[in-house]
Write a protein that binds this ligand. Structure first.
Ligand code: UD1
Ligand code: CA
Length: 465
């Protein structure tokens, strides 16, 4: 079957954005700009069961991009080419053909820019079907923009159309409101015929890919009604706009799937987050990174989840902050809890208000209900930790482990001086500072002895007169 080369042009710097990273890595909806172009390309191949490859044309700060792509995408899905000097979009496409031997043998070449993140597989699909059914050499996606500044204008004539860049447009051409989106489907033999002969005699002295489209060629400009899909990100305002659009889309998709989101406009969900049907989300929640929440779980107001997995039917109560945590089924966390990296909370366990955990492994039905710090610790099933408990895990130089077995009871206001190990079925009296290990079934009390002086309080109570 015919193969597709899906080329994403990403060698430019994007100076207009004034970001500390190259434009394709501009942060957006929990990913970066270029990820959305990659996603659209891969989705197109998947939806249509066509064969093809994603190729990135890199240049400006290419190491950063290669680093990003190798972290988030499979290397088998993506190849790269390098455009040494950024001499225009046609020059970028030349780099793709020069660097990838197979490229010219692929029947079709799809070109996407790295800065149009709202384009999806559906726009690509409809263009491909027009190209194939009308036996064209190339199609370009266009839309109507009442403020067309910055875009190439579509100049239509009796024998076709061509594209005039803003910098080269006459005052009359500048008034054209139909603009070029930067998405093209091209027959590769057509590209090979013209690409390497294009000239840069224009006001930018750049090689324009858009010059492939000329009158009298078998090319067509397809005007899309939904211009929102094609917004290009050249300014910080456009970046904010597409960010908001993507976020709305993510929330809408979740709602359609059966996630109950009480205040869609006050809920931030990264594109990387996975939510099952039946999750309930109160206003003001922020869900980021590699986060997954299973069905039946409730996130109350103001919950922040970063790279956190939560199993079925759990409750994360208001204003809790969870980072790289793993929560079992039917657990309860918060309100006002802070779970730091490596907190693994077992099924049915309870982490109450003003509790901080870090690198802990809690078994099933463990309770840490109030005002505690639990760090570098393992706690067995059904153990109850009283209020105001502290693992003293840090001696100023290193961290030490606290181990507490199953079915133990640790009284309120206790501290464990780590490293320390408490067995199963132990009982620690309230107010104890424990620095010696306990074996299964042991009882420990370690608090200063009380001294009572009959009636002596009046000596200490200050008169308020
Ligand atoms: C381009 C189109 C314009 C269209 C607009 C849509 C051309 C000549 N113009 O203009 O008609 O309306 O997109 O958003 O194609 N790039 C490279 N190497 C280069 C130059 C650019 O890889 O030498 C990449 C950029 O990283 C970017 C993409 O190509 O991802 C588009 O470049 P940009 O400079 O943003 O083009 P526009 O001026 O927006
Ligand atoms: Ca652009």
């Amino acid at each position: 079957m015919d193969e597709f080369g899906i080329v994403i042009l990403a060698a430019g710097q994007g100076t207009r954005l004034k970001l500390p990273v190259p434009k394709p890595l501009a942060p957006i909806a929990g990913r970066t700009l270029i990820d959305f172009s990659i996603k659209a390309g891969l989705q197109f191949l998947k939806d249509t069961s066509r064969k093809g490859k994603i190729s990135l044309v890199l240049g400006h700060q290419k190491e950063l991009l290669i680093d990003h792509v190798s972290k988030y995408w499979k290397s088998s899905e993506i190849e790269t080419a390098v455009q040494v000097e950024q001499k225009g979009t046609a020059d970028a496409l030349r780099a793709y053909f020069n660097d990838n031997n197979h490229a010219k043998n692929r029947a079709y070449t799809i070109v996407l820019c790295a800065d149009t993140p709202l384009i999806t597989a559906s726009e690509i699909k409809s263009l491909v079907s027009i190209l194939e059914s009308e036996k064209l050499d190339a199609v370009a996606a266009t839309f109507i923009e009442n403020q067309p500044r910055g875009y190439g204008r579509i100049e239509r004539g009796s024998t076709g159309f061509r594209i005039v860049e803003e910098k080269d447009a006459t005052e009359v051409q500048k008034k054209i409101s139909e603009v070029n989106s930067g998405l093209y489907i091209l027959r590769t033999d057509f590209v090979m015929k013209y690409l390497f002969d294009l000239k840069s005699n224009n006001n930018s002295k750049e090689f324009y890919l858009t010059d492939l489209f000329q009158m009298d060629r078998k090319v067509k400009a397809i005007t899309f009604e939904n211009k929102d899909s094609f917004v290009g990100v050249n300014t910080i305002e456009q970046l904010q706009y597409v960010n908001q659009e993507l976020r709305n889309k993510i929330v809408r998709k979740a709602i359609q799937k059966g996630v109950y989101i009480l205040a869609p406009e006050q809920t931030w969900i990264d594109d990387t987050v996975e939510l099952e049907q039946g999750v309930k989300i109160y206003p003001g929640c922020i869900l980021e990174g590699n986060t997954k929440v299973e069905s039946g779980t409730v996130l109350e107001a103001g919950v922040v989840l970063k790279n956190t997995q939560i199993a079925k039917n759990s409750k994360i109560l208001a204003y809790s902050y969870l980072e790289s945590a793993v929560i079992g089924e039917e657990a309860s966390v918060g309100p006002f809890a802070r779970l730091r990296e490596g907190s693994v909370i077992g099924r049915g366990s309870k982490i109450g208000n003003f509790v901080e955990t870090k690198k802990v492994n809690l078994g099933e039905e463990v309770k840490v209900s109030h005002l505690s710090y639990v760090g570098d610790a393992e706690i067995g099933d059904r153990t109850n930790i009283g209020c105001g408990f502290i693992t003293c895990n840090y001696d100023g130089a290193s961290k030490h482990i606290t181990k507490i077995g199953s079915d133990s009871f640790i009284g309120s206001d206790s501290q464990m001086i780590a490293p320390i190990s408490i067995g199963n079925n132990c009982y620690v009296a309230s107010g104890s500072t424990i620095n010696q290990d306990l074996e299964d079934g042991d009882f420990a009390i370690a608090r200063g002895k009380q001294v009572t002086k009959k009636g002596m309080a009046k000596r200490f109570i200050k008169s308020k007169k």
